[in-house]
Design a protein around this ligand. Structure first.
Ligand SMILES: [Zn+2]
Length: 340
């Protein structure tokens, strides 16, 4: 009986303390997304090579653990711990500037990175893109993954096109580079139910273009990555993002991003724990290009978010943040919407 009382007491103390224990970030990782490395246009998808160098120097000087993407995914799936201050670097599209500007810095600092390529641009030797030979040359530090064949918007495509865009691109990458990990980054971060289900049935891990931190609670068919191009590449934005924590959201409804109807989509978020009064009071959401959305707490573990005005045609985001107990660190969640 005494033993039972002691363990009940311990349980009680743990329950009482748990809202104040700094929620572990030892099973999370921040994935960063780059495109081009250039001071030229288009600014919105470019990162200045000088800025990229500062990002890498900051990671090293501040003892971040930069892991290859495959390590991060493997450990998350196996429910293993990740090091604190975990970051993984990715770039989409396979622009030549990755080889000429980013790769020499990766060599200098001995940091791993992944690049998602669209295979047609390589097979047709587009001038602005890398070649298979260049990709092979970087294999010691750079892993190459699937970004489809033609870089189409993978929404409202027929079944055969979808299947080919994913599997034929994978075959090319495996044949040229021997890489077999089934990692797929959605072009433009866009997908519909058919694309999502197909990727699932083919056994892929999916990477999106919405902000957030990956953890073992994440949707492995739509892992978030923070964009580090254009205005998001500044050191202030960079240091904020790499310190971000996984928002404890365990489900979002709807899962789909394509919207119809009044174009003011209602998003319901369920949290994997009860949020404290402080957290709920400081929970904040933003909608691209308009006023803050309406928030309604259904319980300490459930919230709805709805924009006040219709979202514009194309991609929009609901971004939500919540301060953590650790000064200057935020939980981050983002939902990408697509109005056709
Ligand atoms: Zn792309």
């Amino acid at each position: 009986m005494k033993k039972l009382r002691i363990s009940l007491n311990i349980l009680f103390v743990v329950c009482i303390l748990s809202p104040f224990i700094s929620f572990a970030d030892d099973s999370e990782c921040v994935l960063l997304l780059y495109h081009r490395f250039s001071d030229e246009e288009p600014k919105s998808t470019s990162t200045s090579p000088k800025v990229f160098r500062s990002h890498l120097e900051y990671l090293i000087e501040n003892e971040y653990k930069v892991l290859p993407l495959s390590d991060v995914v493997q450990r998350l799936k196996a429910q293993e711990k990740l090091p604190k201050k975990c970051v993984s670097l990715t770039a989409d599209d396979g622009f030549l500037s990755f080889y000429t500007e980013a790769y020499p810095l990766l060599v200098k600092y001995q940091l791993p990175m992944s690049v998602f390529v669209s295979t047609e641009s390589i097979d047709k030797s587009y001038k602005l893109m890398m070649s298979w030979q260049q990709l092979r040359e970087m294999s010691g530090l750079v892993d190459v993954y699937n970004h489809s064949i033609k870089h189409l918007h993978l929404v409202d495509q027929d079944a055969l096109t979808l299947q080919n865009e994913i599997t034929l691109a994978q075959e090319r990458i495996t044949k040229e580079l021997g890489i077999e990990d089934k990692f797929f980054a959605y072009p433009y971060g866009e997908f519909d139910d058919n694309t999502y289900s197909l990727l699932n049935s083919l056994g892929y891990i999916g990477f999106g273009q919405q902000s957030g931190v990956v953890s073992n609670e994440s949707d492995f068919l739509n892992l978030p990555r923070f964009s580090m191009s254009g205005p998001y590449a500044t050191m202030d934005s960079f240091t904020l993002k790499i310190n971000t924590l996984h928002m404890p959201v365990d489900s979002e409804d709807p899962k789909a991003m394509v919207i119809s109807g009044d174009f003011m989509p209602l998003l319901t978020l369920s949290f994997s724990r009860s949020l404290t009064t402080y957290e709920r009071a400081n929970f904040s959401c933003y909608v691209s290009g308009q006023d803050k959305p309406e928030l309604k707490w259904l319980s300490p573990q459930m919230l709805t978010v709805k924009s006040k005005k219709p979202l514009t045609i194309g991609r929009s985001r609901y971004n939500c943040t919540m301060p953590s107990e650790e000064r200057g660190r935020y939980y981050w969640y983002s939902k990408l919407w697509l109005r056709l």
